[in-house]
Write a protein that binds this ligand. Sequence first.
Ligand code: FAD
Length: 356
Amino acid sequence: MSRASEIWQRQGVIGSLVREWGPILDIWEGYAADPEIRFNGSSGGVLSAISLYCLEHEGMHGVLHTAADKITPYLNKTVMSRTRGQILDAAGSRYSPASPCEGLHQVESAPAPCVFIGKPCDVAALQNVRRLKPDLDVKAGLVMACFCAGTPSTNGTLEMLRQMDVDSPGDLISLRYRGCGWPGKTTAVKTAGPGPACRELTYRQSWGDILQKYRQWRCYICADHTGESADISTGDPWYRAIEEGADGQSLILARTLKGQRIIERAISTGYLVAEKADAGLLPSSQKNLLKARARLWGQMAALKLLRAPRPAYQGFQCFSSWRTHLTYREKVQSILGTVRRIYSKNIKQRIALPLR
Ligand SMILES: Cc1cc2nc3c(=O)[nH]c(=O)nc-3n(C[C@H](O)[C@H](O)[C@H](O)COP(=O)(O)OP(=O)(O)OC[C@H]3O[C@@H](n4cnc5c(N)ncnc54)[C@H](O)[C@@H]3O)c2cc1C
């Protein structure tokens, strides 16, 4: 993953945030003006609201993103949404493997530019591939990312369902990880079997106690948790305690001039309600992601020392983040914890990939 030095010189970026959070021109806190989108959204429904604005006012053809698979609801499906109903159907974060880039051919062959929504790694992949494909480059009309602390494996979802007493995932009718409130409950609805049809866990129980333990190794050593190469990225404003029953809010980052212009127009046309926020709101909202970024230098040092495979990150000032944002204990832990994982996760083992 490379991070061009051009970022550091991009005009108007907030200097105090560049090193740990990438280019940011403006920060807002806000939500979808449409109450149904806001309610169904993961935080404030902002990704969905901006998508709808782009379909209705920017002449975009569709939105390539992720929804629950209708037949096997504990899996995800890449979809091209073209209506408000379809966007609403796909709102809400899904804490399980998703691969929106598998649908990029639909963007490339679309009659007009499209919106793309993905995790930071999905967005980075799109930005790389568009350099090789001129049609895709033109048709990727707006690129948006959600913040991401890591994707849990499908086994994480299956374990979560077991703890919800859904023993047979084949009986599922629907599965939401959050949304329908803020952060909303994890809700599994099933057809058959004993007990109530609808099972719920709080966000703290599902993400905090179960799913996050199933995050993949590559997410532990990811450098970009906030979608640095997107036009717009959004996450939760966790800087304050959320009251029971509070309506959703999102932190909205404009990373490019295009992203900034679209956010401003979505506000002025009544799709978004948002207020400019202070730069300090980002680090105070995402303390865990700041620590994750800061641990990277220690993790890479341990991987290098033990000759384990590791990604090549260029242009990230990892050492300086490690030195500044971790306590002495966390610094040591970033190295020793990685050494432990190299063995417990058998990271040095080479896996033969099937040749196509
Ligand atoms: C795996 C994961 C980890 C996250 N970790 C954090 C975190 O640590 N801190 C934080 O503040 N926020 C995190 N988020 C983002 C947060 O949950 C919200 O998605 C974000 O605040 C946007 O909310 P919204 O209401 O604007 O989005 P919505 O309007 O609800 O739209 C959500 C969009 O995300 C897409 N989507 C859903 N699941 C996935 C997926 N797995 N992969 C790709 N696209 C998907 C949907 O298709 C939809 O278009 C995470 C999200 C995911 C998927």
